[in-house]
Design a protein around this ligand. Structure first.
Ligand SMILES: Nc1ncnc2c1ncn2[C@@H]1O[C@H](COP(=O)(O)OP(=O)(O)OP(=O)(O)O)[C@@H](O)[C@H]1O
Length: 336
C-alpha cells in the first residue's frame, strides 16, 4: 500500500457562469490524515470533490499534489495523478448487473495489465478488509445499503490510492451501521496510511472520526484545522454546525435573514456552552495510525497559534509518555 500524500489547496474559486459557488479556499490536508468536510447543503462540497479529481475546473487557485498543480497541468499528467485517487460515491456506484467480485475487479481490469490470478488475490484482500469475504457472487441489488457502501469502498481501494475521497459515506445508514463504517474507515486508514477526505452531514461522525475538520459556509471555508480547534470553537457558525443546533447564524436556506437573527437575539437565549469533546475513534487493534504520530508532532508545533481551549483539549488527549516527550502538562491533574 502506498502512503498518503499532502494535498495543498490555495486560493481556489469556482463559479458556474455568473453563479459563484465558493472563493478563495485555502487549506492543506496533511499526508495520511483523516479530514472531514462539513457544510450546509448546497455550499459546494461535492463540487470541491469534483475539482479534486479533475472533473471540474476551478477558475482561480491551485491544488498541488506531488508538486503538480492539478488545475494547470496537462491532460496526460492529470490522468496519471487521477490514478492516485480512490472515490467512494454516495450509493457505492456499483454496476447493477455485475457481481461484487467483478465490480471490485473492474478498475484493475480497466487500468492495469495484471493477470486474473493477481486480480483475484487483490480483490479477495480488499473484500476481506471491508468484511465482505464470501459475498463475491452477490449482485448489488441483493445486498443492504451498508454492504453496497463497503463494496464501493473495496473498489475505491483496489488501485492502492494515496488519497481516498468519501462522498457522504454515512448517508442512508442507521446509526449502528454508521458506527461500524466509521470504525472501518479508521482501521483502513491505519492499514493504508492514505490521505482521507470525507464529506458528511453526520455530526457524530464529525465529532469522532477526523484528525482535521473543515466547514464550508457562505461561499468560503469558514474554518479548517485540527479537530481540537473546531470542536472547542465558539465561532457561531462552527459551534452551531458541529453541535447541530437550530440557534445560530445558519438558517433553513443556509443563512438566516436579519429579522430571524434579531428575533433570536431579542429572545435573550442563554449563551451556548460548547459541550465537552467526544474521544476520537481509535483503531480496533489498540495500535495507532502512523498519521497520529505525525499529526501530534504537527499540532504540538502549532500549539502557540491555537486558542487556549484547543490547547487544553490537545494537552488533555496526551498520554503520560507523550506529555513527557513534549514536556507539557506539568501541574495538570488529568491522567491517561
Ligand atoms: N455542473 C453544474 N453546473 C451548474 N451548477 C452546478 C453544477 N454542479 C453543481 N452546481 C451547483 O453548485 C452548488 C453546490 O452543489 P453541491 O452539490 O456541490 O453542494 P453540496 O455542498 O455537496 O450539497 P449537499 O450537502 O446537499 O450534497 C449547487 O447550487 C448546485 O446547483
Amino acid at each position: 500500500m502506498g502512503t498518503g500524500v499532502e494535498v495543498k489547496v490555495e486560493g481556489l474559486s469556482k463559479s458556474f457562469g455568473r453563479a459563484n459557488i465558493w472563493s478563495d479556499l485555502t487549506f492543506t490536508m496533511p499526508a495520511g490524515e483523516i479530514n472531514v468536510l462539513l457544510g450546509p447543503s448546497g455550499t459546494g462540497k461535492s463540487v470541491f470533490l469534483k475539482c479534486l479529481i479533475g472533473l471540474l475546473k476551478p477558475e482561480h487557485g491551485s491544488i498541488v499534489i506531488h508538486d503538480t498543480d492539478l488545475v494547470r497541468t496537462n491532460a496526460d499528467r492529470l490522468y496519471e495523478i487521477r490514478k492516485l485517487f480512490g472515490v467512494l460515491f454516495q450509493d457505492g456506484a456499483l454496476f447493477g448487473s455485475m457481481n461484487l467480485f467483478d465490480n471490485i475487479a473492474f478498475p484493475l481490469r480497466e487500468h492495469t495489465k495484471k493477470g486474473e490470478p493477481e486480480i483475484r488475490d487483490i480483490v479477495m484482500e480488499k473484500m476481506d478488509m471491508v468484511g465482505l469475504t464470501g459475498d463475491e457472487m452477490k449482485l448489488p441489488g441483493e445486498i443492504s445499503g451498508g454492504m453496497r457502501k463497503r463494496a464501493g469502498l473495496a473498489r475505491a481501494l483496489v488501485l492502492d490510492p494515496e488519497i481516498v475521497l468519501f462522498d457522504e459515506p454515512d448517508s442512508g445508514l442507521d446509526p449502528v451501521r454508521t458506527a461500524y463504517l466509521n470504525q472501518l474507515i479508521v482501521d483502513l486508514n491505519q492499514k493504508t496510511d492514505s490521505t482521507f477526505l470525507i464529506v458528511t452531514h453526520d455530526i457524530n461522525t464529525a465529532q469522532t472520526l477526523p484528525d482535521n475538520i473543515g466547514i464550508m459556509y457562505h461561499k468560503h471555508l469558514a474554518m479548517f484545522g485540527p479537530r481540537e480547534l473546531l470542536l472547542t470553537s465558539e465561532d457561531p457558525v462552527v459551534a452551531q454546525f458541529l453541535n447541530g443546533r437550530k440557534e445560530g447564524p445558519i438558517g433553513m436556506s443556509e443563512e438566516k435573514d436579519a429579522d430571524e437573527q434579531a428575533a433570536e437575539q431579542a429572545g435573550n437565549k442563554p449563551a451556548f456552552e460548547v459541550p465537552p469533546m467526544k474521544p476520537q475513534i481509535m483503531p480496533t487493534d489498540g495500535g495507532k495510525r502512523a498519521a497520529q504520530g505525525r499529526r501530534l508532532d504537527r499540532v504540538m508545533g502549532m500549539m502557540h497559534e491555537l486558542p487556549p481551549k484547543a490547547q487544553q483539549a490537545i494537552t488533555d488527549s496526551l498520554s503520560a509518555d507523550e506529555r513527557h516527550r513534549y514536556g507539557v502538562g506539568v501541574g495538570s491533574h488529568r491522567r491517561h
